[in-house]
Design a protein around this ligand. Structure first.
Ligand SMILES: Nc1ncnc2c1ncn2[C@@H]1O[C@H](COP(=O)(O)OP(=O)(O)OP(=O)(O)O)[C@@H](O)[C@H]1O
Length: 464
């Protein structure tokens, strides 16, 4: 009995420890990674760096002093046969592979970050080209170039894809800020209209555009913000949220009318700011500051598609007004969110000019490279490639052009239409009417002043 215990006790103990580690990893993967996984990974990254860098072609050739042997060592049968091979050890200069200098491997919640010193003649692009190789060598989900400075590049390794399942709650994270999902770095994905005022969201059908819109509606509904919808697909997308919307235009004539009202509102805000000698509404005293307006445009192509020639002038006027609103929006509290499957130049020059004003870009899965190009074309080609690689079985995954100048893979939280509708109904009392949108009645500026106004491009300073 005692003998059996002596044999089995260590085995049982080992099993219990393994089981404990597995449960720990399942329940609290981040703390497990930081305590157990990361130290092991850091050691293995250091120990294998020479081989990994050589395998990726990132080493440089250097001549170094090394001990070498003259002649071939006597092994196997030669040795048994009593063959004597005389060897002389010698120090001589030989050519060796020198890996680039590896900095500290720093832990992240879902991976690690490391800075590598660039060898003479190397550029960050040499590393960008080898990212898949590094990911395989380090046994991680992905590696990306996080940052670079002259002479060094910072790489970020993500251990497993945090976008496989995103179940963080949608959160109103301050006025006009909504946490809608996760970045591939596991950091929250926040859409902040006050940092990036206008957004373009593209994606093929069933790629997750409406779900992202639902998340935004859930986040904006409880805020003191006016929501205005343009939905020329007969209102199928935005009608469920009508209770929370100050206005919903579902016909072209209604769109023209609402755009006219918005232009009049901007003219009043301009006059209000001029009267208070400020450049934007955020510098106005709080008691006179008008309510910010978020304009949601679903399927923008419908706004620009011409059924017959008689609509040509109406479409051109719509485009001009939208572009002017976008130009002035940041200063006067008007923010645009434009969704569409395609936003190409084939829809007319107005679309191209409007697209140029929408600096926030979100590209979901696309069917044709051209759409990715239209959304992210002025960015890093790697972002385009990443957009093309979004799989169909991961709706909601997108490429985000972020305000830090980088691009990220992101995924929105799944918010059903029913949830968004419920939020819209719950916060229907927060819906400002047109009359409530401007707190002070002022004489609007003239047409000439409106057309000639040069908007303030400085970031807002008010922390409200
Ligand atoms: N973030 C997400 N997480 C999980 N599933 C998602 C997510 N986004 C979308 N889906 C799934 O994909 C389906 C289609 O999404 P959605 O309706 O948002 O696509 P869409 O691009 O608006 O399509 P369409 O242009 O046809 O309206 C949803 O019903 C949902 O099942």
């Amino acid at each position: 009995m005692t003998d059996a215990l002596t044999v089995f006790a260590p085995c049982l103990f080992t099993l219990a420890v393994i089981l404990g580690l597995v449960v720990w990893n399942r329940r609290h993967p981040t703390s497990f990674w930081l305590t157990v996984g990361y130290p092991r990974k850091a050691v293995s990254v250091y120990l294998t760096w020479g081989n990994v860098a050589a395998g990726c072609g990132l080493t440089t050739k250097r001549r170094r002093l090394r001990w070498t042997f003259d002649g071939v060592p006597a092994l196997g049968t030669a040795l048994h046969a009593g063959t004597v091979v005389s060897q002389r050890r010698k120090v001589r200069r030989v050519v060796v592979d020198k890996p680039p200098r590896l900095g500290l491997v720093r832990p992240l919640a879902n991976g690690f970050r490391v800075t590598v010193g660039l060898a003479d003649g190397q550029t960050p692009d040499d590393y960008a080209a080898k990212l898949p190789n590094l990911a395989h060598a380090w046994r991680v989900h992905s590696v990306r170039v996080l940052d670079w400075k002259p002479g060094r590049v910072t790489l970020q390794a993500t251990r497993c894809d945090p976008l496989t399942r995103v179940d963080v709650p949608v959160l109103a994270d301050g006025l006009l800020r909504v946490r809608v999902g996760l970045l591939e770095t596991s950091a929250p994905w926040v859409i902040d209209f006050r940092t990036v005022p206008h957004w373009l969201i593209t994606g093929a059908t069933q790629s997750g555009k409406s779900t992202l819109l639902n998340a935004l509606i859930c986040g904006l509904a409880p805020q003191r913000v006016a929501l205005i919808g343009f939905d020329l697909k007969g209102g199928v997308e935005l009608t469920p949220y009508r209770e929370r919307m100050t206005e919903l235009a579902t016909e072209r004539a209604e769109c023209v009318q609402v755009l006219g009202d918005l232009v009049a509102e901007i003219k009043r805000r301009m006059a209000l700011c001029t009267a208070h000698r400020v450049r934007n509404i955020w510098k106005l005293p709080e008691q006179v500051r008008p309510v910010p307006v978020v304009v949601l445009v679903d399927e923008v192509a419908e706004l620009f598609l011409m059924a017959d020639k008689s609509e040509k002038d109406e479409i051109a006027a719509t485009a001009v007004q939208l572009i002017r609103l976008a130009q002035l929006g940041r200063a006067f509290g008007l923010y645009l969110l434009v969704c569409g499957q395609r936003v190409g130049s084939d829809l007319g020059p107005g679309v191209t000019a409007l697209r140029a004003q929408l600096s926030g870009r979100i590209c979901h899965r696309v069917n044709d490279p051209e759409t990715a190009n239209m959304t992210l074309g002025d960015m890093d080609p790697a972002a385009l490639q990443a957009a093309r690689l979004i799989p169909a079985n991961q709706p909601g995954v997108a490429i985000l052009a972020a305000d830090d100048g980088r691009w990220y893979r992101v995924r929105s939280v799944y918010v059903s239409e029913e949830q968004a509708e419920h939020a819209a109904a719950t916060y229907a009392h927060m819906r400002p009417t047109w009359a409530e949108m401007t707190t002070v009645t002022v004489q609007p500026v003239s047409e000439a002043e409106f057309a000639g106004y040069i908007p303030d491009t400085q970031p807002e300073s008010d922390p409200a």
